[in-house]
Design a protein around this ligand. Structure first.
Ligand code: NAD
Ligand code: LMR
Length: 331
């Protein structure tokens, strides 16, 4: 099988460290799929990156064909089939993710340009660095030779958190939970929606008859889980974020029977305005994803979905200076 090339930015950071060995061992693209890693760091990050590259070599991964480290974006994204944009500042206790816009969004404009110039045709890009949805918008807007569908903002970690909490409440294994949806922004306004969720094939609301928990504690715990981890760990989630990135790409590439929430360019469905990277449920038949459309939306859900949309609109307005004037994503 010919190798696939995976570019990772911020490769010497916390998430990078938890991510790279798993990509090298075939957990993301398949146990028979050779990979080439192209690791991108800042100039200051090159020294620790060298150490990470030594460890990759020492791991003696049979599927790992080559590893390159660089701070040159076009070299790093050159012929990449998958690019994981992780490199960005993480938030500290007391911050919201949108507070990172001024520090991080510009990074994604340069990376969008370089991806457009250098990545393989039809490549897929997953934006992990926060605030992920609006960074995805900035990257896609600056990539004139790529399609918006190629850019995904990561909300899979929120989905996994929600599935874990639901499984715990129901006293079942997490594998028995599906159709949990994360709508909107990877932020405290996101809407983790159980209206369509199933537990062991049964409607979750028939299994957990605790409406107060479903629309109260459950929603706010998922929304604030990132902050809860930061408060406990003194640093933002890393291993679980790496796991979610692996799950996201694996399910899109290899396919999955489960729905997966992904931040994708809104297309007007569910009444959400265009031009935002808004998380929606997607089906993953293999090699691509399609939005799940036509789900009934109740009044409570519609209100929650509009709240997170409004936050994304405000974030987009604050990065207009990074969007080319010719850019039109159906706004
Ligand atoms: P970290 O500080 O440990 O690592 C970030 C790395 O990125 C550093 O090594 C840094 O040198 C590098 N970097 C910074 N700017 C760069 C650039 N322009 N090009 C290449 N590399 C660059 O942070 P982390 O814990 O790995 O988190 C990375 C990002 O992921 C943060 O923004 C964090 O908030 C975000 N995150 C997102 C999710 C999610 O679910 N979407 C989950 C967890 C963390
Ligand atoms: C998370 O959800 O854990 C990450 O986005 C990190 C953060 O800032 O919360």
């Amino acid at each position: 099988m010919p190798p696939l090339t995976v570019a990772v930015t911020g490769a010497a950071g916390q998430i990078g460290y938890a991510l790279l060995m798993r990509i090298a061992s075939g957990e993301m693209l398949g146990k028979d799929q050779p990979v080439r890693l192209q690791l991108i760091e800042t100039k200051q990050g090159m020294a620790p990156l060298k150490g990470v590259m030594m460890e990759l070599e020492d791991g003696a991964f049979p599927l790992l064909e080559s590893v390159k480290g660089t701070s040159d974006l076009e070299e790093g994204f050159g012929d990449a089939n998958f690019s994981l944009l992780v490199g960005a500042m993480p938030r500290k206790q007391g911050m919201e993710r949108s507070d990172l816009l001024s520090a991080n969004a510009a990074i994604f404009a340069d990376q969008g340009k370089a991806l457009s110039a250098a990545a393989a045709p039809g490549s897929r890009v997953l934006i992990v660095g926060n605030p992920a949805n609006t960074n995805a918008l900035v990257a896609a807007a600056n990539a004139p030779d790529m399609l918006p569908e190629q850019f995904m903002a990561m909300t899979r970690l929120d989905q996994s958190r929600a599935e874990g909490m639901l499984a715990e409440k129901a006293g079942v294994d997490v594998k028995d939970v599906d159709r949990v949806i994360i709508w909107g922004n990877h932020s405290a306004t996101q809407y983790p929606d159980l209206s369509h969720a199933r537990i062991g094939g049964k409607w979750a609301k028939d299994v957990i008859k605790d409406e107060k928990w479903l629309t109260g504690d459950f929603v706010s715990r998922v929304q604030k889980r990132g902050a809860e981890v930061i408060a406990a760990r003194g640093a933002s989630s890393a291993a679980s974020a790496a796991s979610a990135a692996i799950d996201n790409i694996r399910d899109v590439h290899l396919g999955s029977e489960k729905w997966q929430s992904i931040g994708v360019l809104s297309d007007g469905s569910y009444g959400i305005g265009g031009g935002l990277w808004y998380s929606v449920p997607c089906a993953c038949p293999g090699l691509h994803y399609t939005r799940v459309k036509g789900l009934p939306i109740d009044e409570y859900s519609a209100k929650m979905m509009n709240t997170t949309e409004a936050e994304l609109v405000a974030e987009r307005d604050s990065v207009r200076h990074l969007l080319p004037s010719s850019y039109d994503a159906g706004v």
